[in-house]
Ligand binder design. Structure first.
Ligand code: NAG
Ligand code: NAG
Ligand code: NAG
Ligand code: NAG
Ligand code: NAG
Ligand code: NAG
Ligand code: NAG
Ligand code: NAG
Ligand code: NAG
Ligand code: NAG
Length: 502
């Protein structure tokens, strides 16, 4: 279902810069109770101070394997949950109908970071409760391939009204003469949709190409000669001049981020631009000291009143054609009277600067803390209210592992699927057990016997991480495990046969 081959070529090509100070964690974790093909990255989490409570939600891409394995970790780096369904974009805990759900995107990914697919919404039992789709058949995709749904992976923001904001992409003929391209050229139109989750009904739509009078193509920073985009000469080589990577709704307005225009736009309910903030020229604002940004991701409004907007974003100005810009979590104040932009916060680790060439995220946590994911660079950082780094969370290895965004959130799951046990003959019986997705397993009861009828409790052991193991001195034929949660409730695995080790 997911095609990552061309995406791999892209991410491989755009990875450069010096990563010297982070050591490589170049391998996947393996367990006896998980499928062997999974690529769950090794994690090294270093705490430098008090962190906010919560689990880490990531969609790590392994470029070598060509797989993305959705994962939840504790912020100390212990695996809590993995999914074998391939995914991409943000794996994100969000509030839907007053409950915490997980959203993740599933579909086909192509070079330039393009995708066509749908968003799955999972409840706290990890059961898919909605597949939100966009089924308009007028979309043009690479190879003219039709899909069941045409959402792009860059955004999946759930609103308080039970709708979701998603981006979409459409290869469209366009006159590119204003940028020195062909007048019968092809561009990738960037669109966004607001869709009702329960019914899939489109509530609002917006297209960049419908607004070229306000947002001309020649504002794009993407050269026609870039290796990360086509030059517009043919349908197979469309020019991705806009590249929308975030959308959020505030009242009836939408804040969108265009990576290639290095600009944020506030869009009104009639689709018109209310204001623009360009990280290179200012747009409708004047850029104060140290406020320049480019190729940014994950723009949100933290605060707004009649006098001031406060905006948060991940500023990753490093690209193949504009190198050596340190990535930072950036907060900007926009004075609506003087139109001056000033830095509210600029967060980076001065001892270990990160140069992320793509992707990234900014999440406002409680008590002034901030979580920032560095996208193509496999490190997530948490900062405290003073701007001191409190956590460095590295997963996998540079050049190989990445996550489009990263989130931290409390999470109280109640997995529908039971614990899993495997047991091997050895010196006695080796039993391995895990409960994918559970956060509150305290201990395990292990039952063993020569057959189902003779199963009896063999031992009780404390939970030992994602996977717990125990050696039983005797040789048994059948084993069953039982997870004991912190509130005392229990859940049993199926009874499994003891087999020879693989
Ligand atoms: C990535 O995948 C390769 C090939 O399957 C594997 O050897 C490697 O250990 C994986 N690395 C990580 C960090 O998952
Ligand atoms: C969510 O909670 C609010 C406030 O408690 C309530 O008014 C609203 O009806 C709830 N919405 C749903 C979908 O349950
Ligand atoms: C969502 O889509 C997946 C993949 O196509 C499918 O397996 C699952 O049954 C769907 N779930 C719902 C609730 O539509
Ligand atoms: C773009 O404009 C056309 C013509 O007004 C309209 O039919 C179409 O729905 C618009 N596209 C989007 C995505 O809103
Ligand atoms: C961009 O194109 C518009 C017309 O579409 C033109 O008014 C403007 O001068 C051009 N800007 C640049 C920098 O070339
Ligand atoms: C545009 O790209 C195509 C494919 O790489 C190439 O064949 C063509 O020469 C390019 N056109 C121009 C004007 O550079
Ligand atoms: C950026 O770095 C890449 C890889 O090191 C190099 O090929 C490219 O020329 C550099 N670009 C600029 C504008 O310095
Ligand atoms: C940053 O923005 C917040 C929200 O608008 C505001 O309360 C705070 O005073 C600002 N801090 C600085 C240093 O400007
Ligand atoms: C935390 O930040 C403050 C203000 O920038 C600084 O004075 C202090 O030394 C920092 N503390 C640590 C432990 O780095
Ligand atoms: C323990 O917690 C789980 C998950 O929240 C819940 O389903 C179960 O009913 C609770 N059991 C008891 C005995 O409170």
């Amino acid at each position: 279902m997911l095609r990552l081959t061309s995406a791999l070529v892209l991410f491989q090509a755009i990875l450069c810069s010096s990563f010297a100070q982070f050591q490589s964690l170049g391998h996947a974790q393996s367990f006896n109770t998980t499928p062997s093909h999974l690529q769950i990255p090794v994690v090294q989490s270093t705490k430098h101070g008090k962190t906010e409570a919560g689990y880490i939600f990531v969609n790590p891409l392994n470029r070598t394997a060509g797989t993305v394995t959705p994962c939840i970790f504790t912020d100390d780096g212990r695996l809590i949950w993995y999914s074998s369904s391939l995914s991409f974009g943000p794996l994100r805990p969000q509030t839907y109908q007053n409950k915490t759900v997980l959203t993740t995107w599933i579909g086909a990914v192509f070079s330039q970071g393009l995708g066509w697919g749908f968003v799955s919404v999972l409840d706290d039992t990890y059961t898919v409760i909605h597949n939100v789709t966009l089924e308009d058949q007028s979309f043009q995709t690479f190879n003219h391939t039709p899909y069941q749904s045409y959402m792009d992976f860059h955004e999946s923001q759930v609103t308080d009204d039970g709708s979701i904001l998603v981006t979409a992409l459409n290869i469209t003929p366009a006159d590119m003469s204003s940028v020195g391209g062909p007048n019968a050229g092809f561009v990738i139109d960037s669109l966004f949709y607001e869709i009702d989750i329960a019914t899939n009904k489109v509530l609002f739509s917006w297209s960049g190409l419908n607004h070229t009078s306000q947002i001309p193509m020649n504002n794009s920073m993407l050269p026609l000669t870039s290796t990360i985009s086509g030059n517009g000469s043919s349908f197979e080589q469309p020019w991705g001049y806009f590249h929308m990577n975030s959308v959020a709704k505030y009242g009836s307005n939408y804040l969108i981020s265009s990576r290639m225009l290095c600009t944020l736009f506030l869009i009104g309910p009639d689709g018109n631009v209310i204001w623009r903030l360009s990280g290179i020229g200012g747009g409708d604002f004047r850029l104060g000291m140290n406020t320049h940004f480019c190729y940014q991701h994950d723009a949100r409004i933290l605060h707004q009143d009649s006098k001031k907007f406060t905006i948060t974003l991940h500023d990753n100005g490093d690209t193949e054609y504009d190198n050596n810009t340190v990535s930072r979590a950036l907060v900007l104040d926009l004075d609506m009277t003087t139109k001056l932009v000033t830095v509210n916060r600029s967060l980076r680790n001065p001892h270990n600067p990160i140069f992320a060439v793509s992707q990234g995220s900014y999440q406002t946590l409680l008590n002034g803390h901030v979580l920032t994911g560095h996208g193509a660079f496999p490190v997530i950082e948490e900062f405290d209210a003073q701007g001191n780094i409190t956590m460095t969370f590295q997963f996998g290895s540079t050049y190989e592992t990445s996550t489009y965004r990263a989130y931290k959130s409390p999470w109280h799951p109640n997995p529908a699927a039971p614990p899993v046990a495997v047991a091997y003959t050895g010196h006695g019986t080796d039993v391995y057990m895990s409960w994918n997705g559970a956060t509150d397993v305290e201990s395990w009861n292990v039952y063993a016997g020569s057959n189902v009828a003779s199963l009896a409790k063999a031992t009780s052991i404390p939970n030992g991480g994602f996977e717990t193991s125990v050696n039983l001195a005797k040789q048994f034929g059948m084993v069953q495990v039982e997870a004991v949660r912190s509130n005392g409730s229990t859940m049993r695995s199926i009874v499994v046969k003891v087999t020879s080790p693989p």
